[in-house]
Design a protein around this ligand. Structure first.
Ligand code: CNA
Length: 486
């Protein structure tokens, strides 16, 4: 390749990297340079762009699709024309050892591999709109993949096995436990993204093009009934908590828990006995609700029946105020033709009359959960950056796909020398953890406790079962856990 050509493609490889990442992440730099994605809860990267609105938007969504191929890495690496998993891991390692320039020089530039194939080593599926094009067309995408890889925290080589994880647990005194919806699914509360069972799959089946819209604050203001129609599924109907909640409580009882950052809104941590000073509910919770018009704040128990019935809850205080302002005003006729003159009910909770115009104009009650587009509680940032970052000695991430910013960036702002462990059903390919433990989190924490010699008590832990742990093929520190009935 002529020097001029090399310089040209190198430029084309690098320039869009910056440009597209700007588009990808519109993030603020937070505090002293630590990037936790600003203060507002964000939808999955790129998905705020509505698809197909114009060419640029639809092109972006294709890029997103290509970049997210890593999610189904097994399928990607099995394809013809793609790197094998072993090759992919070797390329990634090599990139870190020799750096970007040298890596490119000895691969694509030297002609030992095409950019299209090398993309697959970084979890990128060559998009269909580049099919049949010259290899140079894949350079920008390869640039993105390389940039993403180099931004990842580097795994600590000394921690690899499940017993390493157990030793870390036993010696740590300041553990950050970062949890997501996966720790409550065993109680029948669906998560967001599990295929088939997650809320997003259910909403897609209902024809919603972007299920995240349910939790979008501007849409809630426009039409709260969409949110109310699904909120009942996440709202727990009992105070039961899972064995994983009990495990976090156990860490607290052993004075090992620094903070439980939870993205969950089901409020079950409190029922499990996690102390308020140890708990950050990053996305708020269903514990209380606030009127979006007048700010009246109530315990969610007050609107529980409406929530459970999928009915938009209105503000009692607004209703009272409206009635005081226009005491003799006429009431709307109800749809069944009655005059609507029957006695006004004492409170909204007792009312079943959807046609009540006072109620219809009263403010809507919004449970105090953080919607996309809303700020996270200040406590989240203060605790993480002003307190925990200097103290943490182990990070345990459980039952989250780590796709919602800024919580997804917590692991990136903690000192990279602090070990990080991951427990979930699916691997999380955009973060480099030291040990991945895959399977049902209740099963995994049960096994960790057994190996640690800790007595984890919970009615859902079956006594007569043993847990099979297997190292996943092709990986040095990724394990699958399964219950084997004995
Ligand atoms: P998510 O994106 O749906 O990810 C959940 C992750 O947990 C996935 O990777 C699953 O594979 C995994 N998982 C599911 N069940 C299990 C299990 N039994 N054992 C191990 N892993 C499991 O949800 P995230 O928590 O990552 O996303 C954050 C959102 C989800 C937050 O904003 C929450 O408000 C929201 N959410 C909360 C709840 C709740 O409070 N229970 C329910 C649904 C959604």
């Amino acid at each position: 390749m002529a020097a001029e050509d090399a310089a040209r493609w190198h430029r084309s490889l690098k320039a869009p990297t910056v440009e597209t990442f700007d588009l990808l992440s519109d993030e603020e730099t937070f505090n002293d340079g630590a990037n936790v994605g600003g203060v507002t809860r964000e939808r999955d990267a790129l998905s705020e762009e509505s698809e197909g609105e114009n060419d640029e938007d639809s092109q972006l969504s294709f890029w997103e699709e290509a970049l997210n191929a890593e999610e189904e890495a097994g399928e990607l690496f099995d394809n013809d024309g793609a790197c094998t998993l072993e090759e992919a891991l070797a390329f990634r390692k090599r990139l870190r050892v020799v750096g970007e320039d040298c890596f490119l020089a000895e691969t694509v530039e030297a002609g030992t591999i095409s950019a299209k194939k090398l993309c697959t080593a970084f979890g990128i599926r060559p998009p269909f709109f580049l099919e049949g094009q010259e290899d140079e067309a894949f350079y920008p995408l390869l640039g993105l993949g390389i940039c993403r890889e180099l931004q990842k925290r580097v795994k600590l080589p000394q921690y690899n096995t499940v017993d390493d994880a157990v030793s870390l647990l036993k010696k740590s005194r300041n553990i950050i436990v970062l949890t997501g919806a996966g720790i409550s699914t065993s109680l029948g509360i669906p998560d967001f993204r599990s295929k088939g069972t997650g809320l997003y799959s259910q909403l897609e089946n209902l024809g919603l093009s972007d299920p995240q819209e349910v939790f979008d604050i501007s849409l809630f203001r426009e039409d709260p009934s969409i949110f109310y129609s699904v909120a009942k599924d996440i709202l727990p109907s009992s105070k039961k908590f899972s064995p994983t909640h009990s495990f976090i409580r156990l860490l607290q009882d052993q004075s090992r828990l620094l903070t439980n950052f939870t993205q969950n809104i089901d409020n079950l941590e409190g029922h499990a006995g996690i102390l308020p000073e140890k708990l950050i509910q990053c996305h708020g919770s269903f514990a209380t609700a606030t009127c979006i018009e007048c700010g009246y704040n109530v315990e969610c128990a007050k609107i529980y029946h409406d929530l459970k019935a999928g009915k938009v809850a209105r503000c009692d205080r607004c209703i009272q105020q409206i009635r005081q302002v226009k005491p003799g005003s006429k009431r709307k006729r109800s749809s069944n033709g009655s005059s609507g003159s029957r006695k006004r009910r004492q409170s909204y909770e007792d009312s079943t009359d959807d046609e009540d115009d006072d109620i219809a104009v009263a403010g809507v009650m919004k449970p105090d959960i953080t919607f996309f587009g809303e700020d996270l509680p200040k406590r989240f940032h203060d605790r993480l950056l002003e307190h925990d970052r200097d103290l943490v000695d182990l990070v345990l991430v459980i039952g989250t796909s780590l796709k919602v910013a800024p919580v997804s960036e917590v692991v990136g702002v903690l000192p990279p020398s602090v070990p990080q462990l991951y427990i979930s059903r699916e691997p999380c390919s955009h973060v480099e953890f030291d040990i991945d433990m895959l399977g049902n989190c209740d099963t995994i924490v049960t096994e960790l406790c057994r190996r640690a010699g800790w007595d984890l008590q919970h009615e859902m832990i079956a006594e007569n079962s043993s847990i099979d742990v297997q190292l996943q093929e092709g990986y040095e520190s990724r394990f699958s856990f399964k219950i084997v009935d004995t």
